[in-house]
Design a protein around this ligand. Structure first.
Ligand code: UD1
Length: 373
């Protein structure tokens, strides 16, 4: 029997920490050949290569080099360049990750060619269709063959949307697999880095890149002023995503006493999260990582597709209220931080469960779905 060919599609920073453990777990299985396709949605060294190096992800077999563009152009370009790859390689299954444009684009291509798709991190919903990621999640989950979910709320969302339960597998959170594996390495890396001085004293770590926060000049200015005010009480470190960097240069002006730097690699950022007094973010993954680490997280969004981080974890949704942001930071500094617990199946073994599903029980499901497409 020939080896089954599994193709993994990644494109943007939050995909890289998810593909790493899944490829490793699939490598342990017999009769599987794997190919890695990078769409090139993220291309800067500090948005892409550094994660491949640190997380020991194999060099991509193919890079589609799509780069940045409008959503429609980027999605269309990924589809245009990915279709011949699927046609030529004829994978038995294609893995897609998370909710970025590369995820939805690759899924659409496969669905039309009748190739089964496994969606890792399926079922999350913010119920906010102004977020490009929500559109990507909806499209991907309707078309994917196997839906691999991180938490029970995701299963409930999929059931409500009429997805057949035999396609849905609650496997846990693969990003936590990567965190668990690399936390000790990250601690070593920060101790040897020029930023080691941050660890061991109170500080707030910030990341912001969502269009809802950084594309509107008035909101961004207000946020920067609030960060400047917070920095008068406690040191603030802000590694800045390229999208935010451009917006701050254009419209927001100086950031007071906030220490600003380029985006950091996985190790340094993980260790800095672990030791932070609080994290201010609008990222999805960081809401989960802080919940696992037990670090207070203040999320500058009206909603979250990861509600378990609020109901069980350390996350608080602040919305756009910068006064509330400042008062929540003061509460944390005075010792009144929200405490939480780690959700079920966020245990470092989600990718092994994925390998089990894909290679075992799901073999029949995959075949059935293929026939029904
Ligand atoms: C994408 C994802 C988002 C994810 C984020 C993590 C979608 C819809 N969004 O948003 O879910 O949270 O990645 O980082 O897929 N740029 C560079 N270098 C790069 C990549 C981007 O300079 O390597 C700049 C470009 O000016 C580009 C802008 O950042 O226009 C935005 O990049 P893009 O990939 O379009 O979306 P993100 O905002 O990064």
């Amino acid at each position: 029997m020939r080896n089954r060919l599994m193709l993994h599609v990644v494109g943007a920073r939050p995909n890289f920490m998810k593909v790493a453990p899944v490829m490793r777990a699939m490598n342990e299985r017999q009769g599987i050949r794997q190919l890695l396709v990078h769409t090139g949605q993220h291309y800067d060294r500090n948005m892409s290569d550094v994660f491949f190096d640190q997380l020991e992800i194999p060099e991509p077999d193919l890079n589609l080099e799509v780069g940045s563009a409008t959503h429609a152009q980027q999605t269309a370009e990924i589809m245009r360049r990915f279709e011949p790859v699927v046609d030529e390689r004829k994978p038995d299954l294609v893995f897609v990750y998370g909710d970025v444009n590369s995820t939805a684009a690759a899924t659409l291509v496969c669905a039309k060619l009748g190739v089964p798709v496994a969606h890792v991190e399926a079922g999350l919903r913010s119920f906010d269709r102004t977020m490009p990621e929500e559109i990507n999640r909806l499209v991907t989950d309707q078309l994917a063959t196997l839906l691999l979910t991180p938490s029970q709320d995701a299963d409930e969302n999929l059931e409500r949307e009429g997805i057949a339960p035999e396609r849905v597998y609650l496997v846990g959170n693969v990003m936590i697999d990567t965190l668990v594996r690399f936390l000790p390495v990250a601690e070593g890396a920060i101790a040897a880095s020029s930023r080691r001085g941050w660890v061991g004293r109170p500080y707030v770590l910030v990341t912001l890149h969502r269009p809802s926060n950084v594309d509107d000049p008035a909101s961004l200015r207000q946020l920067c002023q609030a960060l400047g005010a917070i920095a008068r009480d406690v040191p603030v470190l802000f590694p800045v995503h390229p999208r935010t960097q451009a917006r701050i240069r254009e419209t927001a002006g100086p950031l007071g006493g906030v220490e600003v730097c380029d985006p950091l690699g996985y190790f340094e950022f993980l260790a800095l999260q672990r030791h932070a007094t609080a994290v201010i973010t609008d990222s999805g993954g960081i809401q989960e990582e802080t919940t696992y680490l037990g670090v207070p997280c203040l999320t500058m969004r009206e909603n979250t597709e990861r509600p378990v981080t609020v109901t069980m974890g350390t996350n608080i949704l602040i919305g756009r209220d910068t006064n509330r942001l400042q008062s929540e930071v003061k509460k944390i500094l005075s010792g009144e931080a929200k405490r939480g617990r780690v959700p079920e199946l966020w245990d470092g073994h989600a990718s092994e469960r994925i390998a089990g599903v894909v290679c075992g029980a799901a073999q029949e499901v995959t075949a059935d779905q293929t026939r029904s497409i």
